[in-house]
Design a protein around this ligand. Structure first.
Ligand code: SER
Length: 337
């Protein structure tokens, strides 16, 4: 008999790194797909590592034949800045790749007779506020407001939330003998900050880059203005949120995609706390107009009350704790090694 496994796509990325570590055996068998090989510290934790792309349907077919996947954490994506440089590639990976995975999950569910849980990280990039005045006036934005993304990545994420909803609710419902086999659930992550890894190609990257550069004794030019404000979250809270949503009771979920936030701070406030922790830090500003425009279109804060009410989302790290108890000590340890 095939043993149930968890499939993590994009496992070599920032969230994947945290998720593989948290989910690792003896509890669960994990298989992974990523275009990059897994970090040497993670590879022993997984049952099988597939180096390849989610756009490769042949690869997904081989996995389908060999494994009984009962949960999918679909993390693979090109992030927002990178996607602006290669929009058609971004669409191919972010949308067609997700469609491939949803179809894969549906077929898995049909073969083993139970819905496959499909956890999808959407993003604050799903929003698009028209200008800074509106951003200031809007305050905490709820899931259904301002969903007019300005970036290819944001369009991809918003659309894939809808695709997931379709697979969970309507796909194959027209024929009598086929039912939806995908239990799709999504969060809209704010900027994520990890002490262990650096993102690549995102637009909220100025926060993690600032911290890692300071810890590493490197000068850094922040690519957005000091007043630029969006919500953030420490990576352990991000991983916990995915696991909490995965174990939530389906009947309690009132939405397809949930806002999440832990703290909302300006680039200047983040710089201040980094400089206080690393007094030799050299952090200036060199605004990149395009990236600034992207962050200006994202809300200064989001209303995450639905996630709190429906599945008990409750981040451990507020701004102070994130820095004092997670980021600074963990990063210091990392660069000391
Ligand atoms: N942090 C991501 C990015 O900047 C948003 O999901 O692209």
């Amino acid at each position: 008999m095939r043993k149930p496994v968890v499939l993590i796509t994009g496992a070599s990325g920032e969230i994947g790194h945290g998720l593989v570590t948290r989910l690792a055996p003896p509890g669960v068998s994990i298989i992974t797909i990523d275009v990059n090989p897994l970090d040497a510290s993670l590879a022993p934790r997984v049952t099988r590592e597939f180096t390849g792309s989610i756009t490769d349907v042949g690869l997904l077919d081989r996995i389908l034949a060999e494994f009984e996947v009962d949960r999918v954490f679909h993390l693979a994506a090109l992030l927002s800045t990178r996607s602006e440089f290669t929009p058609t590639t971004a669409h191919h990976v972010n949308v067609e790749g997700t469609l491939n995975l949803l179809e894969f999950a549906q077929r898995q569910g049909e073969s083993h007779g139970r819905p496959v849980l499909f956890i999808y990280p959407s993003s604050i990039a799903a929003y698009g506020l028209p200008d800074l005045d509106t951003k200031t006036r809007a305050g905490r934005v709820s899931e259904d407001q301002f969903t007019h993304p300005k970036t290819m990545y944001g369009c991809n994420k918003l659309y894939c939330e809808q695709l997931g909803h379709y697979y969970a609710r309507y796909y194959k419902q027209l024929s009598a003998d086929a039912i939806a086999r995908v239990d799709f659930r999504a969060v809209r992550f704010p900027g994520l900050i990890s002490a262990l890894t650096l993102p690549s190609g995102g637009t909220s990257d100025y926060a993690p880059e600032m911290i890692h550069a300071a810890a590493n004794g490197e000068a850094y030019d922040c690519f957005v203005r000091p007043d630029t404000t969006i919500p953030f979250m420490a990576m352990p809270d991000g991983v916990d949120a995915l696991l909490a949503l995965a174990s939530a009771v389906r009947e309690r979920l009132t939405r397809t995609a949930y806002n999440l936030s832990a703290f909302s701070r300006s680039a200047a406030a983040i710089r201040d706390v980094v400089v206080a922790a690393f007094p030799n830090a050299s952090i200036g500003y060199k605004v990149d107009t395009k990236r600034q425009g992207i962050v200006d279109s994202w809300p200064a804060d989001v209303d995450d009350s639905a996630a709190r009410a429906d599945w008990g989302f409750s981040p451990k790290y507020d701004f102070d704790r994130a820095f004092q108890e997670y980021l600074i000590p963990t990063i210091l340890e990392r660069y000391r090694r």
